[in-house]
Design a protein around this ligand. Structure first.
Ligand SMILES: Nc1nc2c(ncn2[C@@H]2O[C@H](COP(=O)(O)OP(=O)(O)OP(=O)(O)O)[C@@H](O)[C@H]2O)c(=O)[nH]1
Ligand SMILES: [Mg+2]
Length: 353
């Protein structure tokens, strides 16, 4: 398994800071490797855990697929209509569904599909293609020098703070010195919640009182973190609706303040999307991208939904890599997103459990 993050390389000391920021080492092993426990874990075990986590999604999707194709040898228009319905209810979205079904129709008319099993195979191939369609690598890229600043954004209750805790844990396991900054000064108990995560994984949390200006909390927090040489600084932000202009402006301000304190930062602006929210997740991705240039996504709560199709739709529509998927509330329930593995798990259903 590949590492889930790597460090940029400083090739030439004479280079300017901006130039250095463009240099990403290609084809070399990551400077900081994933912890041994992850590298050495049996891939089969990890796959089983993923399929179990995705049991609602894969169970329902794969079961419906099997029911559709069971006993049907020939592909008729009725079967294609049913297929269309399954794909739409799994949240693949109308556009993605139409492309899949139209492709099947084309292949059928060119006699390239002889039976329903062949159709299932084609479907899986095409869904895998969508999942790998982004040409941006899924791994996080740390700067060559200085701290790696990650700002986490998203609408209310999607799992930002939980994802931060899980992600921080991964960095700690990989030997990084991590600090959290409590940029959610709006919701009561948000600061406390982040502190609980900090205690759980034994890392510091920089916070001010609820009601403080988030930009100044982030500014002061960064100053403190930079002085104390942290490798990774993860900033929590308050949940906000992507349709609220003033709140999106506040997010832009926080981003500007970070860049002012540390040129080149934030290096990662991660949007967290709740996979159970369905197609609304698409407009969240669109609007947050417009406001702050999202560089990576995490899709949470995939353990709680029968509609994991949003992952396929997001990959097809946006050129933003999915970094992680959340498959539970515990610290270990954050998985690196691997499109091939995800496609396998989606179609595996009951076979694996
Ligand atoms: N089942 C499941 N629950 C999750 C997952 N990620 C987060 N949650 C739960 O979702 C709820 C909200 O999580 P938070 O991390 O507080 O979400 P948030 O986006 O920070 O919320 P606000 O700060 O209020 O906007 C909590 O009960 C989490 O335990 C996941 O992958 N699976
Ligand atoms: Mg939160």
């Amino acid at each position: 398994m590949l590492g889930w993050f790597k460090k940029k390389k400083v090739k030439d000391r004479a280079d300017s800071a901006e130039h250095m920021a463009e240099q990403v080492s290609e084809g070399e092993p990551p400077a900081v490797e994933a912890p041994k426990s992850i590298l050495h874990e049996d891939v089969g075990v990890l796959f089983k855990q993923l399929t179990k986590g995705l049991s609602k999604t894969s169970g329902t999707f794969a079961k419906k697929m099997d029911a559709l194709f069971l006993g049907k040898k020939v592909i008729d228009p009725e079967l294609l209509d049913d297929l269309e319905e399954i794909l739409i209810t799994a949240d693949l979205g109308v556009g993605t569904t139409m492309e899949l079904v139209d492709d099947a129709r084309d292949k059928l008319s060119r006699n390239e599909l002889t039976d329903s099993q062949a159709l299932k195979t084609v479907l899986k191939q095409k869904i895998t293609e969508f999942l790998v369609s982004s040409d941006k690598p899924a791994e996080l890229v740390m700067p060559a020098e200085g701290p790696f600043v990650i700002m986490v954004v998203g609408v209310n209750g999607v799992g930002k703070t939980t994802t931060i805790g899980k992600m921080a844990h991964k960095f700690v396991q990989a030997g990084q010195k991590v600090v959290l900054v409590a940029g959610d000064t709006f919701r009561a108990a948000a600061v406390e919640q982040l502190k609980v995560w900090g205690e759980r994984i034994d890392i510091p949390v920089i916070a001010q009182a609820t009601g403080a200006d988030p930009s100044s909390v982030v500014f002061d927090g960064l100053e403190h973190a930079i002085r104390r040489n942290f490798d990774v600084i993860i900033i929590d932000t308050a949940g906000r609706l992507h349709t609220k202009v003033n709140l999106m402006e506040e997010l832009k301000k926080i981003k500007r303040v970070i860049a002012k304190k540390l040129p080149g930062a934030p290096h990662e602006i991660m949007l967290v999307i709740d996979a159970t929210t369905g197609q609304n997740g698409m407009s969240q991705a669109r609007e947050f991208s417009k406001a702050v240039d999202i560089t990576g996504l995490t899709l949470t709560k995939l353990d709680g939904t029968a509609k994991g199709g949003i992952v396929v739709n997001i990959c097809r529509e946006f050129d933003i890599p999915i970094r992680f998927i959340g498959i539970g509330e515990q610290v270990a329930d954050l998985r690196d997103f691997d499109p091939h593995e995800f496609a396998e798990a989606l179609f595996a259903g009951d076979e694996i459990q």
